[in-house]
Design a protein around this ligand. Sequence first.
Ligand SMILES: O=C(O)CCC(=O)C(=O)O
Length: 286
Amino acid sequence: MLNVAVVQLHPLENKAANIDRAEGFIRVAAAAGARLVALPEYFSCYGRAVSPVSVAAVYGEAAETIPGPTTERLQALAHELGIHIHGGSFFERRGDALYNTNVIVDPAGDVLGVYRKIHLFEARAPELTYREESAVTPGTEIVFTDLEVDGRSTTVGQTICYDIRFPELYRVLVAEYGSEILFVPAAFPRETGRDHWELLLRARAVENQAFVVAPAQWGEQADGSWLHGRSMIVDPWGTVMATVPDGEGVAIASLDLDRLATYRQNYPNLQNRQPDVYSSSSKEVV
Ligand SMILES: O=C(O)CCC(=O)C(=O)O
């Protein structure tokens, strides 16, 4: 059994305070037995938590390199507590570009995986306008990471928020790279989250026969918008194993990876895919 925790945060203006609260919840989760603790998207600084006028400046100021103070703090914490930490995501600076990036840190304090969000969120609706690409550059690499937890090895796929709408990414992470756990740190707005968040997470879990670990941001922002929250851990059958209600907090679930292997054998959906047919150029037109 692998005990995994999701941390739900209410992002505030102050980056240092956000990181302090994240650390507090990581400690709570570790004390409750979690061996892997996952943080939400933009856990240290979330754009709409700050007044709209200063958003661009705040993004730039909040951005860090890897290694940098935030990853070093996660590394020290993982080492001290003897756990893995999935560092949600934060603004990463590489040269002149900013990325929405997450890392996984192991109990030795080493950074194992660096993933840069591939699909950047865009909404052009009357009720919701957002263009992440105005500040952030899209990543171009699929990232999966091999972890050794409690003497068992597993492969995890790293994704972020809006990525959940692109099932192709998850299929590759599972069918080509063997991921058993899919991470989806997020900051879903309430407008889309209330109807799509749980549906998308459970769909990705069922169709890929994988655990989905989805820590989320929650709460009202400085611009009056709301983040949906409802962090959750979903099992490969699509059942929600644990969730965080409104507010900040932690939820923990025990993932049975041995049972996952049996389940994939009993229901060989992944083996029954027909990729040759999907990519075939011959079509029968009736
Ligand atoms: O897909 C959605 O509805 C929300 C995505 C999002 O908020 C994000 O990627 O930051």
